[in-house]
Design a binder for this molecule. Structure first.
Ligand SMILES: Cc1cc2nc3c(=O)[nH]c(=O)nc-3n(C[C@H](O)[C@H](O)[C@H](O)COP(=O)(O)OP(=O)(O)OC[C@H]3O[C@@H](n4cnc5c(N)ncnc54)[C@H](O)[C@@H]3O)c2cc1C
Length: 467
């Protein structure tokens, strides 16, 4: 079947996760046409990820209560007029202006296509934050998110003996996903101190959904016999060509490793997750203002009420507007959907959806403030530890470049090529700057955006519809 190179809709949505689905359903229910573009095989996003067609779980992972909302969204999507374009990677974008339609250029298979629309809702989510340590580039070291993608998204067991380490609420779903897949979790290490969990409590108590989720994970951990150990981290990973051992130990109050507590455990997979970093490139490309908030994952697109950005008819919901979880993404998606309809249909917007999104966002902020990355963990990085994987740049080169040229990302990039490879610093920028600034807590530089926003074929760019 040949598909039109250029399609049109009232509204284009980027991302079929909870935020994008909630926005699209609200918009379609008002009779407006809406197309959702998602690079995944099926809608669901990170948390409500569905197995690809033809895959099945040998033993399906136990689902937390939050997944009920995901089933509802996916079911509603099937019965709706929302058009979902899967395997569609958006690599460039232009905002609507006056009577000119906005445009989202995307690659789908070998086709180079474009979606023209009157308004754009951005819900591209986030990516794992990686913190380097000696041995982190060995095969078998994966992010906490990748472990979940393997288990829940493809029914694949990443190993048989796992160490899970990092910081923040995502460690719990990672442990339970691995356990349900039959992986033995030999250690689950939270680098924040136990008091962080207590500091997160007010945010958990302010949301019924989050409280149910916390009980679910507490019960799952208790059943599996795995206990979360606070102020602990992986100091190093060792092995002959792949992970065979992890050196783990205790951290002091600043997160610095206490060498005398180090001990070695056998493991064939190490899953690390230090929270998420919002994927803001597409918002920046459209001219949306980004702002810094460490608890929300650093740089995120500044979203005002109803997800509106500083760019007319461009909205940002969910993780792009700051890490907050699926409940926030759904509430913000609905609120943005409401304002899009109100603007395009020239009526007032219902305020209760905005009030709900404000309340769940405030609760998420209160919880996530407790789990910032302890700066001391960067002292695990040795001179020879690779920091930028794309360009094979080690920590010494980063430190030398920053001593010569200053600690801005741009200066370091020019000095040693860190952040110059295919990921364009999306993976290494937070660690490059933390290492260069020797653990200072100041905001790192706002990342510079380039097209293509995601890696695509050269022919996709050359054949891009001229609209
Ligand atoms: C790897 C990972 C695992 C997670 N696991 C859990 C968990 O177990 N429990 C939990 O509570 N929370 C989890 N989270 C957090 C949770 O996924 C989010 O809070 C929630 O899904 C946010 O919803 P969203 O709609 O903002 O984005 P997402 O759900 O991330 O959806 C974004 C969608 O946008 C698509 N996309 C991104 N860029 C483009 C582009 N350029 N072109 C086309 N499509 C694009 C992606 O394919 C994705 O489907 C996880 C996050 C990550 C990154």
């Amino acid at each position: 079947m040949t598909r039109d190179a250029v399609i049109e809709a009232d509204v284009g949505v980027v991302g079929a996760g909870p935020g994008g689905m909630a926005a699209a359903l609200r918009i379609a229910s008002s009779g407006l046409s809406v197309v959702v573009l998602d690079e995944g095989a099926r809608p669901g996003g990170q948390i409500f990820r569905q197995l690809p067609e033809g895959f099945a779980h040998a033993s399906p992972p136990t689902e937390p209560p939050s997944h009920g909302a995901g089933h509802e969204l996916l079911h509603a999507l099937t019965g709706s007029k929302v058009s979902v374009e899967s395997h569609a990677t958006v690599w460039d974008a232009r905002a609507p202006r006056g009577d000119d339609l906005g445009c989202l250029w995307f690659e789908q298979g070998v086709a180079s296509r474009a979606l023209r629309c009157k308004a754009i809702v951005l819900a591209p989510g986030a990516m794992d934050r990686c913190v380097p340590f000696p041995g982190w580039t060995l095969p078998g070291v994966i992010t906490a998110g990748a472990a979940q993608v393997m288990v829940r998204g493809y029914g694949i067991k990443p190993g048989s003996r796992a160490v899970v380490a990092g910081s923040g609420p995502l460690l719990l779903p990672t442990v339970t996903a691995l356990v349900s897949a039959g992986v033995k979790v030999v250690a689950a290490l939270e680098s924040a101190p136990r008091r962080a969990a207590l500091r997160a409590l007010p945010g958990v108590l302010r949301s019924g959904a989050r409280l149910r989720e916390a009980f679910f994970y507490a019960r799952q951990l208790w059943r599996s016999g795995v206990s979360l150990q606070f102020s602990r981290a992986v100091f190093a990973v060792e092995g002959d060509g792949r992970v065979q051992r992890a050196v783990i130990g205790q951290l002091d109050r600043e997160g610095n490793p206490i060498a005398s507590t180090a001990k070695t455990v056998d493991a064939d997979v190490v899953c690390t997750g230090f929270g998420l970093v919002p994927s803001i490139e597409i918002g920046q490309r459209l001219g949306c203002r980004a702002t810094w908030n460490e608890a929300r994952g650093g740089w995120h697109i500044e979203a005002l009420d109803f997800g509106a950005t500083n760019v007319d008819r461009v909205f940002a919901v969910g993780e792009i507007a700051g890490i907050g979880g699926s409940e926030v993404a759904i509430a913000e998606g609905r609120a943005a959907g409401e304002l899009v309809c109100a603007q395009l249909q020239q009526r007032g917007a219902l305020t209760h959806v905005r009030d709900r999104s404000r309340a769940v966002r405030a609760a998420a902020d209160a919880m996530l403030r407790a789990f910032s990355v302890p700066r001391g963990v960067y002292s695990l990085v040795k001179d020879g530890t690779i920091v930028c994987r794309c360009e094979d740049v080690n920590a010494k080169a980063v430190r030398d470049a920053s001593a010569l040229h200053g600690d801005s990302l741009r200066a370091i990039k020019m000095g040693c090529r860190a952040g110059m490879g295919p990921c364009q610093g999306r993976i290494c920028a937070p660690s490059v700057q933390a290492i260069a600034s020797r653990g200072s807590t100041r905001a790192w530089d706002e990342p510079v955006v380039q097209i293509p926003l995601k890696p695509v074929r050269t022919s996709t760019i050359l054949d891009a519809p001229k609209v």
